[in-house]
Design a protein around this ligand. Structure first.
Ligand SMILES: C[S@@+](CC[C@H](N)C(=O)[O-])C[C@H]1O[C@@H](n2cnc3c(N)ncnc32)[C@H](O)[C@@H]1O
Length: 381
């Protein structure tokens, strides 16, 4: 493992950070002691780290194969989670490349990492020495660890792996490794707080119905892209699930509600007024379509549009608020640049762009949608 850290090899890696990796893979390694594949793995690692976890762009850090990089959390979402979790004893039962573990462990005194993949765990152990972070590293299947342990932990964290990479439509807890439903009782017996990261594809109603004792769910978006659903299991009996929708790096406030509140919330309807409100994607994922309008006193354009309107601008709204006017299609000039939004409208943004010969981007918006009276087009003013 240490051979690749040889100075000359590292210089070669750093000199090729922007090289076409497919072309590089066809070449022979200039160093007999490492293969080109191993070199490319490190280059890829540094490229991904630049975008996803820049704290690892340090001399001496080693990177695992691409799948492990893809499965890792980003520095930004890990940092958010570390801000809400603290205590004395922490265990990450699915530590993987250890990005979550690194950030979560900041607020704990005793840290344990469990991982079934021996090579990956050795690599993380090496990296944590470079990062000067102490931990106990356990190379076991977590089920075996759970069967043996007599310890109690203030926080257990799990970020299960997807068993079948193809199954990205249907998303069930049984498809995960480990199967949370099978080990939940044991987890609760040895910890007061169990926190589980799940994919944004999980259906929240299904989740609450199959997993008892959920006290909180955080839906985490980063720049309006929903990245994680975080579930908190509590050992106290609770019939209320608090749901937090956050959009990191947006400056937007979090939106918090009690799961189930949506069932009794009602929306009023209106044709477009001066401002159009577009909730962020964490809120849309939570499905609080009526509650959001009720809480902010907004009127909805159409039952299926999830766009709202008001004559006033509310800067505390968790989403975009745009001043807009209704136009007819003749008001759209060819070759102009717009951010095109299509909601509850027969054409997709790409088709609209083609139909009206528009360019993507810029500061102006065009929204194609429906109000209760029918199809409408809105343009930012
Ligand atoms: C999604 S990754 C974790 C990524 C990690 N949270 C991070 O930020 O880098 C899941 C990891 O759990 C490990 N894993 C899955 N099932 C396991 C089991 N039954 N016992 C131990 N480790 C397991 C996998 O090998 C994989 O490395």
């Amino acid at each position: 493992m240490d051979t690749i850290l040889n100075k000359e090899i590292q210089n070669y890696i750093n000199a090729n950070l922007n090289t076409d990796l497919h072309a590089l893979l066809l070449k022979k390694s200039p160093f007999p002691e490492v293969s080109m594949q191993e070199i490319v793995q490190q280059i890829k690692g540094k490229q991904v780290a630049g975008r996803k976890f820049p704290f690892l762009l340090k001399e001496g850090i080693l990177f695992p194969p691409q799948l492990n990089l893809e499965q890792s959390s980003s520095e930004k979402t890990a940092l958010y989670k570390s801000g809400i979790l603290k205590g004395n004893t922490f265990i990450d039962l699915t530590s993987g490349f250890g990005v979550d573990a690194y950030y979560l462990s900041q607020n704990f005194k005793s840290i344990t990492l469990v991982e079934q993949d021996t090579t990956l765990l050795e690599l993380v152990e090496h990296n944590w020495k470079i990062l000067n972070r102490q931990a106990r590293f356990i190379n076991l299947k977590l089920e075996d660890f759970l069967n043996e342990t007599q310890e109690y932990f203030d926080l257990i964290y799990l970020d299960p792996a997807r068993r079948d990479q193809q199954k990205n439509k249907v998303f069930l807890l049984e498809d995960l490794s480990p199967d949370i439903l099978e080990i939940q009782e044991k987890l609760r017996a040895i910890s007061g707080q169990v926190v589980i990261k799940l994919s944004p594809l999980i259906d929240l109603k299904y989740l609450v119905s199959v997993l008892p004792g959920i006290s909180r769910i955080d839906i985490i978006a980063l720049k309006n892209d929903v990245k994680e659903v975080i579930v908190f299991l509590s050992d106290e009996n609770t019939d209320k699930v608090i749901c937090n929708c956050v959009n990191l790096d947006s400056g937007e406030p979090a939106f918090t509600f009690k799961f189930g509140e949506e069932e009794t919330a009602r929306s009023e309807y209106s044709e477009p007024e001066k401002y159009i409100y577009i909730p962020n994607n964490a809120i849309l994922k939570a499905g609080t379509f009526n509650l959001i309008s009720q809480k902010f006193g907004l009127k909805k354009l159409h039952p299926n549009s999830h766009l709202y309107t008001l004559n006033k601008e509310d800067k505390n709204f968790p989403g975009r608020v745009l001043e807009m006017e209704m136009i007819d299609s003749k008001g759209i000039k060819k070759k102009e640049q717009y951010n095109i939004i299509s909601k509850n409208y027969p054409l997709k943004p790409e088709e609209i762009k083609k139909k009206y010969a528009l360019k993507d981007g810029g500061n102006d918006y065009l929204i194609f949608t429906q109000s209760k009276k029918g199809k409408i087009i809105l343009k930012s003013v």
